[in-house]
Design a binder for this molecule. Sequence first.
Ligand code: URA
Length: 427
Amino acid sequence: MTEAFDAVDIIIAKRDKRELTTAEIEWLIDAFTRGFVVDEQMSAFAMAVLLNGMTRSEIRDMTLAMIASGERMSFEGLGKVTTDKHSTGGVGDKITLPLAPLVASFGVAVPQLSGRGLGHTGGTLDKLESIPGWRADVSPSDMRRQLADIGAVICAAGAGLAPADKKLYALRDTTGTVEAIPLIASSIMSKKIAEGTAALVLDVKFGEGAFMKDLDRARELARTMVDLGNDAGVATTALLTDMSVPLGLTIGNALEVRESVEVLAGGGPADVVELTVALAREMLASAGLPDADPAAALADGRAMDVWRRMIAAQGGDPEAELPVAAHQHTVTAESDGILTRQQALPFGIAAWRLGAGRARQGDAVSAGAGVELHAKPGDAVTAGQPLFTLHADDESRIARALDAVSGAWEIGSVAPSPTPLIAETIR
Ligand code: URA
């Protein structure tokens, strides 16, 4: 390739707040992917974007250039509409597990390419790998066959999708540039558009346990991603959802699978059911089924049938006992009252310290480790009643997890005013 631009000129342009051209962005991303633009230069560029932002057309160009850095999947000829969901990540967020088979039970295809967790947010693949025999790696031809036969696949994204994003994300992680909205939006949407889905529903979290701490920034991120998706021909909507308390009653891999199966059996915690049904409605509407009733498919076992077939197709035994950690430690209420506080982030960090998450890419995770909550904010509790149980294979981890949640819950006398789980829908 003829080197048409100089990386330093492009960095200076962004530093000085000039709008970049399509050709400049295409060149930068391609040259970075090939190693011609070096990490120091791309890091400086990422910092300039974090400080000065990008216009809508720059973000679109960046997304398209990252898609062009790798392969693009296509589900044409499948005979089913495809729809997918992406969450920006939260504590106890296991929604993909019941959601994919639920939506597929309506004859829609859900190709869900997922990742492993890093830090306090758990990865969908880590959760499913706690099911004995289940495999995350599915070849493109097997994926297509599973989508045609069963309708839902949750599997690992191949290395070929948006390789520029993989390289850039690793740099952002070590240079304080993860939080830039143009970079988050182009990172997420390049992978989702390259995946070839026709429709997409985004669950953009806000609150203390989320990437975006406040609602305004979450709204801006959601708006940016919805526009990017729609501009690229993917019917995209977003829900803005509260992540200030953990979602459901479990945080940790096998614990979250167990709770997901309860939801598929027509039970489970009210917040997990509410969000699963709301996201399913959006996905089904985007796939042309606005009148579908996902709550009924949870209640009558249709979604559970698809779950069993989806797990078995990837080598898993849906009837197998799930792993249980070797050690448990239960914390009880010291007084009568109402649980007034239960902060998502400290509980997520506790689950991570117990062994449910990894500190570095490639570390092993414990299938049974995590936190089981026995009460949610607003619940009345009596002295001696269990509040939560810590699960770990290695008993020495329990003390550090207790440190993490110290001060993260409170028993008071006045119930907190309820806040809606789903704050807004962005179309
Ligand atoms: N998830 C991604 O895939 N990319 C980001 O930039 C942030 C979260």
